[in-house]
Structure formats: structure tokens, C-alpha cells
Design a protein around this ligand. Structure first.
Ligand SMILES: Nc1nc2c(ncn2[C@@H]2O[C@H](COP(=O)(O)OP(=O)(O)OP(=O)(O)O)[C@@H](O)[C@H]2O)c(=O)[nH]1
Length: 323
């Protein structure tokens, strides 16, 4: 084993779909803290969007889109970390943003059971972001959301602007029933002093072994919610905003209960700016992001993640929005 000082710290960012992980990541990438991070991002679904929602930073970003980080891509995670370790002079620490549907246990486990990874890295902390507005409605059905809370060292109860003080108290009580010891913070758009999140040395293996006694066993079992699925819609032709935006509003209004997450990069006719749309259940956001770059192909990509979503209906409506 290498001496502890040369082990690169790793922060794992987790949180259920749409809680605010990318918002926190963007904060980390834009605030002036004098540290350089290597970023590993994993998302659910065959069309990657997250990379386009992360601010343009000079950090290197590695994407893993081929499945859930906790299952099929663990080999990829090990390979990426291995590659990073060959040029570890270029960054100070590693950040892993997992999909909203990942169980963090197998991710954390990678840093203990793989001998090579273990000798070169040190799991600094598991930070879980919570959507204060939607947690109570989701938590009983979402096994992954419970695991994300159980394993956290630090929990950001985010989107406090969307709930009353009473609701916030109920959210906090529910979290405390799952995890009595993690440090809790209340945030809006993940506005937190980054010293509260990074470089804390907060990960405590003994506590995790209490939650999950077989944590260090090689073949850790975990479950997924099989009813959750995702699909992507892609269009090479520009869309008509006057058709698309009202259509999307109607879809979100009617199917919002079952839409866990929707996000997309849209190319509108006669518009040189990329338009970003995002929804978590019924809350829909949309705004211009930045001009399309000359070398970028203006392709619209829209991803839906949800329970029992009528893909054909949504697809037909989407196709009718082509300008
Ligand atoms: N009202 C409100 N909206 C927020 C807050 N934080 C983030 N959002 C919005 O919530 C949506 C989801 O935020 P993201 O940071 O993309 O969430 P995420 O956890 O990375 O989402 P996935 O990776 O898709 O699971 C975006 O539309 C954000 O602008 C907040 O504190 N208040």
C-alpha cells in the first residue's frame, strides 16, 4: 500500500433523479477553491444529456452512459480511475456523479475491494442531495433513494424554496429515521460553502458496515426498481417552439406524476441558441443556455425517465413539433 498522503480523495455525489447533483457539480466547477477536479459522470439512458448541462470548465469529464454505475459499468469506473491515476499530477481530487437511480453502495465498494483502486484513492465522502419538494412522495417506492440516504455522510436538503417550514421539518424527520448521523444542510440551488462538502474525510467505513454488514463482500447484491425505464427522442430537424413548448407543458401536466425526470437540449427553428428543458414530476423549467458552437450539430435530444410512460404517444406528439 502507498502511504496515505498520496491517495487521491474521491467524493461521490448521489441523490435521486432531479435532486440537484449537476447543480452542485456546476458550483464546484465554477467556484474559486484553488483545487482541480477530475469528474466522472454516469447517467441512466442511452442518450447522454448531463455532459451538456455541466458548465464549460477546463476539467476533464469522463462519461459513462452504458448503464447504471452500480451494475454494468463498474469495470468502466475501475478503468477510468486507473487511467486517471497515470496522470495524477493534473488534478487534486476526483468527483463521481452517479445517476439518480444508482445505489451508492457498490460505487463506494469499488474503492475498497479493488486492490489497485484502494491503494491509490481514498473515499473522502458520500454526499447526497435531496429534493425537499419530492422526497416524501418518492421515498417509499424508491429503494435507491433510501440507500442513497443511508450511505450518506453529508446530506444537502435542497430546493428549500419549494417547501414550507413544516414540510421541511417532515423531510428532515424522514431522513433522520433512515440516517441519524449524517451532517444535514438546507440549501437552495445547492448554495453551500464547499468546505462543508469537499475534503472532509467524512466517509466512515465502520458506520457503513453497520448499515450494510456485507459491504466488503465481492458480490454485493442490490435491487433496482424495475418499473422505472427511460427513452430518448432525437430530431435532426429544428423544432417549432410554438408547437413544442405548449405540447411539452401538456405532457408534463398530464403525466407528471409518472415522469420522474425529463431533460433535453432543444434546437429551435431560427434560433442560434441552445434551449434547455428540464422537469422533475410537474415542475418544468426551460431557458436558453448558450449559442450553438459552429462545430456542434444542432440536434434535439430529449430524455424521459419514469414509470409506465406511454412512449408511442409522447413520440407522436414530439414528431409533430418538427418545424
Ligand atoms: N426551485 C429549485 N429548483 C432547483 C434547485 N436546485 C436545482 N433545481 C432545478 O432542479 C432541476 C434538476 O437539477 P439537477 O441539478 O439537474 O438535478 P440532478 O440531480 O443532477 O438530476 P439527474 O442527474 O437527472 O438525476 C433543474 O431544473 C434545476 O434547475 C433549488 O434549490 N430550487
Amino acid at each position: 500500500m502507498q502511504p496515505a498522503l498520496s491517495q487521491t480523495p474521491v467524493t461521490v455525489l448521489t441523490g435521486y433523479l432531479g435532486a440537484g447533483k449537476t447543480t452542485l457539480l456546476n458550483r464546484i466547477l465554477t467556484e474559486n477553491h484553488g483545487k482541480k477536479y477530475a469528474i466522472i459522470v454516469n447517467e441512466f439512458g442511452e442518450v447522454g444529456i448531463d455532459n451538456d448541462l455541466i458548465v464549460d470548465a477546463d476539467e476533464e469529464i469522463f462519461e459513462m452512459n452504458n448503464g447504471c454505475i452500480c451494475c454494468t459499468v463498474r469495470g468502466d469506473l475501475i478503468r477510468i480511475i486507473d487511467g486517471l491515476m497515470r496522470r495524477r499530477d493534473r488534478f487534486d481530487a476526483i468527483l463521481v456523479e452517479t445517476t439518480g437511480l444508482a445505489d451508492p453502495a457498490p460505487v463506494a465498494q469499488t474503492f475498497f475491494v479493488d486492490e489497485d483502486v484502494r491503494s491509490k484513492t481514498k473515499l473522502d465522502s458520500i454526499v447526497t442531495v435531496v429534493d425537499a419538494k419530492h422526497l416524501l412522495g418518492e421515498i417509499d417506492e424508491a429503494h435507491e433513494a433510501q440507500e442513497q440516504l443511508a450511505f450518506a455522510d453529508t446530506i444537502l436538503i435542497n430546493k428549500t424554496d419549494l417547501v414550507s417550514a413544516d414540510e421541511l421539518k417532515q423531510v428532515e424527520d424522514r431522513i433522520r429515521r433512515i440516517n441519524p448521523t449524517a451532517t444535514l444542510h438546507h440549501t437552495q440551488r445547492c448554495n453551500i460553502d464547499l468546505n462543508q462538502v469537499l475534503g472532509r474525510g467524512a466517509f466512515d467505513l465502520d458506520r457503513v458496515l453497520e448499515v450494510e454488514p456485507d459491504f466488503l463482500d465481492e458480490f454485493h447484491e442490490h435491487e433496482h426498481d424495475d418499473h422505472v425505464s427511460s427513452f430518448a427522442l432525437v430530431a435532426k430537424e429544428p423544432l417549432d417552439p410554438n408547437t413544442f413548448l405548449p405540447w411539452l407543458g401538456t405532457i408534463i401536466q398530464h403525466l407528471g406524476m409518472d415522469i420522474l425526470r425529463m431533460k433535453g437540449i432543444i434546437s429551435f427553428k431560427n434560433d442560434d441558441d441552445r434551449f434547455v428543458v428540464q422537469a422533475v414530476h410537474m415542475l418544468l423549467d426551460g431557458d436558453h443556455q448558450r449559442p450553438w458552437k459552429p462545430e456542434e450539430e444542432r440536434i434535439t435530444r430529449l430524455v424521459f425517465i419514469g414509470r409506465n410512460l406511454p412512449k408511442e404517444v409522447i413520440e407522436a406528439g414530439f414528431n409533430a413539433c418538427r418545424a
